[in-house]
Design a protein around this ligand. Structure first.
Ligand SMILES: Cc1ncc(COP(=O)(O)O)c(C=O)c1O
Length: 506
């Protein structure tokens, strides 16, 4: 019997916990490719590539046949949950089904097989697509221009902050502070710190919105701007945004819009009209690239007129009607990404926007908002909303009552849902809500799916009353059951032999 990593490899390992790592499958001398004999004489790598550029140390790579490689990753893929498999109500992430037509467009060889360094006269179509995409994004956001370079929301945030810094410096000012509400996503304060600013936190009021009285107290001439997302991370619309914009502009600051929640407002309201100066868009959330697992993504940044001269370059432009090229703005902050950003994510967004049109985009948001409100209403007795008022595309519920009466916390609810075949919602975020369950059903899920998800959540409440111990050890039907999260985080062993070391108590 063949053994890998001490495990017998007789029957297919699909669906068991026994899948070896690719390194355990490795057998010296096996390979996933073979070349037929040719008349070309073989050459040493060092004859072709200067020695200075070659690694001196031995890099361990797995040696497996193509057949075993494909079987291994196919087995692993069968153990994953994905947006294509079912509902993924992970709040703040907009994990929605992505129409396959966007994949088709991004796979077209005229788009996919083009080197980014190709001279512009040969890629007029690509450039037209990028220019059109930028036009669509600035129409959707109500801004004056955009850069398509940043590769994620967080990269967009840093770009936006650098643009704000460049703007203030050009006015001879060295402002030091950025205001952020206490509900903000973690990337906001992280980007502010990375951008060299001091984070000033402002609290929320009893309605879950920015507390204007607290805001007024932190305003002074050192404020470079405020970072907000609207709807905010509680899924609530900042109704006083126009007054907030006046307050910030009144002290010479700028408004940054974190567009992670754009799925709530497409075709309904525009950040530019609310008074924002900089907006990033997570194309991988709202515009058809599955978000999660770290990428690929795109976080274009759109700006108001006064920030246009500072945008990263080169930007795709229409030089004259039907003639496209590149241009770097006069006071550009420089490049944010090599070449032109994650181009195929941009192509997918272009396809998504073209395929929906403005009416379709508006329906996307209307349905996303409707679905989230339907869930809040349906679950109001089992998991009341943290702020009981109409929400936008996501809703923050609390398992606080359940935790007090049964000991079943938000984490137990999330783990039990996995056993019932659903992806879990986001939990314990935003931080200001006790036992938070943040649900974003998205517009792509049917009423039947939403009902099934609610039934599963309600069933957990009933089970909590009679079998709390059982819920504490869920999930039981997933390839990996409940892990010790504190130990996993504190004793992280990010190497392929981690499993053996963990099993040996390392
Ligand atoms: C509100 C909010 N802002 C910013 C981000 C960061 O976006 P990215 O993951 O693309 O860096 C996220 C990501 O989930 C988010 O939810």
């Amino acid at each position: 019997m063949i053994k890998a990593g001490g495990k017998a490899l007789s029957a297919p390992l699909m669906g068991t916990d026994e899948e070896p790592t690719i390194f355990e499958l490795s057998k010296s001398g096996r390979s996933s490719y073979s070349l037929r004999n040719t008349h070309v004489p073989p050459r040493e790598l060092s004859e072709i590539i200067p020695r200075d550029y070659l690694r001196s140390n031995h890099v361990q790579v797995a040696e497996v046949s193509e057949r075993d490689l494909v079987a291994h990753f196919t087995r692993l893929s069968h153990r994953q949950y994905s947006v294509d498999l079912g509902a993924y109500p992970l709040g703040s992430c907009t994990m929605k089904y992505n129409p396959k037509i966007c994949d088709e467009v991004a796979s077209m060889s005229g788009l996919a097989n083009v080197h980014p360094g190709t001279p512009s006269k040969y890629i007029q179509g690509w450039l037209e697509l990028l220019v059109d995409l930028e036009r669509s994004l600035i129409e959707i956001t109500g801004m004056a221009g955009a850069t398509l370079q940043p590769a994620a929301g967080a990269a967009g945030e840093l770009t936006g902050l650098l643009l704000m810094r460049a703007y203030h410096s050009a006015n001879g000012e060295n402002r030091t502070k950025i205001i952020i509400p206490d509900t903000a996503h973690g990337t906001n304060p992280a980007s502010v710190t990375l951008g060299g600013y001091e984070v000033v936190t402002v609290g929320s009021n009893e309605r879950g919105l920015v507390d204007k009285v607290a805001l007024a107290k932190v305003l002074d001439s050192q404020v470079a701007g405020i970072m907000l997302t609207n709807p905010n991370t509680l899924g609530l619309f900042e109704e006083e945004i126009v007054e907030i914009a006046q307050m910030i502009h009144g002290v010479g600051g700028l408004l940054y819009y974190d567009g992670a929640n754009l799925n709530a407002i497409l075709g309904i309201v525009r950040p530019g009209d609310m008074g924002f100066d900089v907006v990033h868009l997570n194309l991988h959330k709202t515009f058809a690239t599955p978000h999660g697992g770290g990428g690929p993504g795109a976080g274009p940044v759109a700006v108001s007129k006064r920030l246009l001269p500072f945008l990263p370059g080169p930007r795709p432009i229409e030089i004259s009607p039907g003639n496209f090229g590149w241009q770097t703005p006069e006071k550009s902050i420089g490049r944010i990404h090599s070449w032109h950003g994650n181009a195929l994510v941009l192509a997918r967004a272009y396809a998504y926007i073209a395929f929906h049109g403005s009416d379709g985009l508006k329906k996307v948001s209307e349905r996303a908002v409707l679905n989230a409100n339907w869930m809040r209403e349906r679950l109001k007795d089992s998991y009341p909303a943290a702020y009981n008022r109409p929400n936008m595309h996501e809703v923050v519920l609390t398992a606080s009552k359940l935790a007090k009466s049964t000991g079943i916390r938000a984490i137990d609810v999330a783990k039990a849902l996995l056993s019932m075949g659903f992806h879990a919602p986001t939990i314990y975020f935003p931080l200001i809500v006790d036992e938070a369950l943040m649900i974003e059903p998205t517009e792509t899920e049917s009423l039947e799916t939403l009902m099934a998800l609610c039934e599963a959540l309600e069933e957990i409440v009933e089970r909590a009353k009679i079998d709390p111990e059982g819920l504490h050890i869920e999930p039981q039907s997933t390839p990996v059951s409940r892990v010790d999260e504190a130990r996993a985080a504190r004793k992280l062993i990010p190497t392929f032999d981690a499993r053996d070391r963990v099993l040996q108590g390392g």
